[in-house]
Design a protein around this ligand. Structure first.
Ligand SMILES: [Zn+2]
Length: 299
């Protein structure tokens, strides 16, 4: 009854609450855990690029590479608006020049080459620059003898760049082939959604393939497959939990446990002590938690 006093819905202070798309729980934004996991049902909300980076790497250890690489509209492509304009708008909106962040970092004290895809940048699609940055990242990991982690999130190859985008599949895989042949260790993390040409190339040729709970992972979308096959698809089709049973994913790891899991795997990959790497992560995480709680007390 009292609610009516506040007038229409649009007068409500916006953005304070977020509704879980899975269980419907309303979550107060301030109480949202940093990993953006629903406290009621464990649903993983989408996570922005910089939060993902912060959640994954040892504090202050990230160094970005090739941030200045820019996309050029080589084909003069236009759908509703010219591709060049679309790029310009997206750069302005996201403050980043392309759909992948690449560089080096430490995870559990282990020097690592890292790539994180950004779904908010044209659906994380892979054009020439994304492909080139991934290939360079792999080549750098090869030359510096670093292990490699790539967080994937993508709608697939970027059709605005035509066949040039498809060539990135071969290019990234060629770099990975050389890297792995010479002893490189690559962990791929599939987040929601990982589809199309990214699934069909660098996302799925890793030594270990992790996935976040509930992540959609596939090549073509379920609707396309359904109309092509003219039959109903099984329940949970193309979700991480379905794919682990089929052997396409090695392990499903909740987001708030991902950093520790990566530290453990990377330590095995470079023959270091996995317990020491995990302890380092646990130490930093509890320090951060204590800091956050102290901060709350002050406020
Ligand atoms: Zn929920």
């Amino acid at each position: 009854m009292a609610w009516t006093r506040f007038g229409k819905k649009k007068d409500m202070p916006g953005g304070l609450w977020e509704k879980c798309e899975s269980c419907g729980t309303m979550i107060f934004r301030k109480d949202f855990p940093k990993a953006r996991i629903c406290p009621e049902c464990g649903h993983h909300f989408s996570l922005d690029l910089m939060s993902r980076l912060k959640l994954t790497v040892d504090e202050g250890s990230f160094e970005e590479y090739w941030a200045e690489m820019e996309t050029i509209d080589r084909l003069g492509f236009a759908d509703r608006i010219p591709y060049s304009e679309k790029i310009e708008r997206t750069v302005k909106k996201t403050g980043r020049k392309e759909a992948v962040l690449t560089g080096t970092c430490r995870i559990g004290g282990i020097e690592t080459a890292i790539g994180i895809m950004d779904f908010s940048f044209l659906g994380g699609s892979m054009g020439v620059v994304v492909g080139e940055k991934i290939a360079r990242l792999v080549d750098m990991a090869h030359d510096k003898k670093l292990p490699l982690v790539i967080f994937c999130a993508s709608g697939g190859a970027r059709m605005h760049e035509g066949a040039l985008s498809l060539m990135q599949m071969a290019k990234t895989c060629a770099s990975l082939e050389r890297y792995q042949k010479n002893g490189g260790f690559y962990v791929s993390v599939l987040t929601n959604p990982t589809t199309g040409g990214v699934t069909a190339s660098f996302a799925t040729v890793a030594d270990v393939i992790l996935a976040e709970p509930g992540a959609l992972i596939g090549f073509a979308g379920p609707r396309v497959i359904k109309t092509t096959l003219k039959q109903d698809l099984p329940k949970g089709f193309q979700r991480a939990e379905f794919l682990i049973e089929k052997g396409q994913v090695d392990r499903i790891v909740p987001r708030d446990a991902m950093r520790k899991e990566l530290a453990r795997l990377l330590a095995y990959g470079v023959r270091r002590d996995p317990l020491a790497a995990m302890a380092l992560v646990a130490g930093e995480e509890s320090k951060a938690k204590a800091g956050a709680e102290a901060g709350e007390g002050d406020a």
